[in-house]
Design a protein around this ligand. Structure first.
Ligand SMILES: Cc1cc2nc3c(=O)[nH]c(=O)nc-3n(C[C@H](O)[C@H](O)[C@H](O)COP(=O)(O)OP(=O)(O)OC[C@H]3O[C@@H](n4cnc5c(N)ncnc54)[C@H](O)[C@@H]3O)c2cc1C
Length: 454
């Protein structure tokens, strides 16, 4: 019988691909008129591809590197070179090497504070149980406080606290007061460690895909052909003893043996289920908010900041854009600065006009890279909170108490309904790597179920 996959993001496409390779019939139902989900391709006026959603991969994301090769795609390095990273903390600007392990030029107290904070965080994170975070030693204590509580208790200097808060916003697009400490620890261990998550060099931001990350989804979808149905907004999932029936917004019905739902958990919780979800699964999806983020681009004739010895990366405690990157194509032309408006800034700026946002973003770029940055030839933004079929990015985070009260419900199938998606991944949870591996794991679980049917 057919297996139905809901969502043609990376998890859904990877699941479908694995099922097809095993000889299984598959239908992928995708709400949007495009594939890729939280990866999305765009084009500048001159045709240069840009990535409006997820874009980087980095070492230890082994499945992504293998997939890129299997699909015949090519990689290039994020622009880093020998340029320096600009640090703008508590009103003081300094430059630092952007190589992994480098520390900002800070006073001795702040530096010592930061070093002990990082050591403590990494020690705690290394003890989290990735498969069952609720089994982590002292899980209830860690899950009973926010990341912000830990920052206030552990870091002694305003600079040390500011650093951790910026890292939290950059990694989760959420404020440190939004998420459980256990989740912050688990998530960073899931992606190796905090340093890996924030680094370009040997970190999560190291490599990009030629033509844009959307090429991954598009190439997988092309091979799946008409098994992928676009514009199919799934509304209702019914399961019985013999199989499942999926109904879409337009009233179409699809039947199959199993369904793999790959939606971000909040959206999965908004589908109608018959019979209704068990209370623990529904209550879980009530407690997994998505982060708040705009991705913004300013395009210039050339990457002028490189002439000034800067690599286009900035880190600041003053928003709305607190983190930037040089997102120019491999040729270096045009010069592209990319930034994120995250967490509280994202929420606040969602209510402003596009003109107000553009002016505030360019103000930040000018503060980091000089007055030239105020005059891009093109400006782009993508509000991921406003996207009907995503409703926030980069992914979901768990609020205090959720891992320890509802953890198992995140991955456990409910009868013939299996869950996949970046949020369900054990390794690289929240990333493209996690999405792909979760999709393949769900496909394997469905195939194992199918084999058990007499
Ligand atoms: C701005 C941004 C930057 C990011 N940066 C990175 C990065 O650099 N590196 C990295 O690894 N990750 C990054 N991420 C995260 C990464 O993009 C995601 O983890 C990954 O793409 C998630 O894939 P997924 O398949 O799990 O979910 P999704 O991509 O969300 O797929 C779910 C699919 O379901 C569809 N859908 C929703 N509702 C319905 C419905 N009712 N019926 C049918 N279909 C429906 C959606 O349209 C979507 O296609 C970033 C994300 C964003 C937004």
């Amino acid at each position: 019988m057919t297996v139905i996959v809901v969502g043609a993001g990376l998890a859904g496409l990877a699941a479908a691909r694995r099922l097809v390779e095993s000889g299984q019939e598959v239908v992928v139902l995708e709400a949007r008129e495009r594939v890729g989900g939280r990866t999305e391709g765009g084009r500048l006026a001159d045709g240069t591809p840009v990535e409006l959603g997820g874009q980087w991969i980095g070492p230890t994301q082994d499945r992504m590197y293998a997939l890129v090769e299997e699909l015949g795609l090519e990689l290039f390095r994020t622009h880093n070179d020998d340029g320096q990273l600009l640090v703008d903390l508590r009103g003081r600007r300094s430059r630092m090497s952007s190589h992994r392990g480098a520390m900002p030029r800070l006073g001795p107290f702040a530096l010592a504070d930061l070093a002990q904070g990082l050591a403590r965080f990494n020690r705690l994170a290394a003890h989290t149980d990735l498969a069952q975070p609720w089994e982590t030693p002292h899980a209830r204590v860690l899950d009973g406080q926010t990341f912000e509580t830990w920052i206030r208790r552990t870091l002694r200097t305003p600079t040390g606290r500011a650093y951790f808060r910026i890292v939290c916003e950059a990694v989760f697009s959420a404020d440190a007061s939004d998420l459980s400490l256990l989740h912050a620890l688990y998530y960073s261990h899931s992606g190796t460690d905090l340093e890996t998550l924030v680094s370009v060099d040997r970190g999560a931001q190291q490599d990009r895909i030629v033509g844009g990350s959307i090429r991954i989804a598009e190439t997988m979808a092309a091979r799946l052909g008409d098994r992928v149905r676009l514009g199919q907004v799934v509304r209702r999932v019914t399961q019985g003893a013999d199989g499942v029936m999926i109904e879409t917004r337009s009233g179409e019905r699809f039947t199959g043996s199993h369904v793999i739902v790959t939606l971000p958990p909040t959206l999965a919780g908004r589908l109608e289920y018959d019979p209704p979800m068990p209370s623990w699964r529904d209550q879980l999806t009530q407690r997994l908010p998505a982060g708040s983020v705009f991705k913004v681009y300013a395009v210039y004739d050339a990457p002028f900041w490189r002439e000034d010895g800067l690599n286009g990366q900035a880190v600041s405690d003053r928003g709305p854009v607190k983190v930037t990157f040089d997102n120019s194509p491999p040729s270096g032309s045009p010069g592209v600065l990319m930034g994120f408006i995250e967490a509280g800034d994202g929420r606040e700026f969602a209510r402003r006009t596009p003109q107000e946002r553009q002016s505030a973003v360019l103000g930040c770029f000018a503060r980091y890279f000089g007055p030239q940055a105020r005059h891009p030839r093109e400006f782009l933004e993508r509000d991921w909170m406003a996207e009907e079929f995503t409703r926030g990015c980069y992914g979901a985070h768990l609020t205090p108490g959720v891992w320890t009260s509802y953890g198992p419900a995140l991955r456990e199938p409910v009868g013939r309904i299996h869950w996949a998606g970046a949020e369900t991944a054990v390794h690289w949870n929240g990333y493209m790597e996690g999405a792909v591996v979760s999709g393949e794991a769900a496909a394997d679980a469905v195939l194992a179920d199918e084999r058990q049917v007499p």
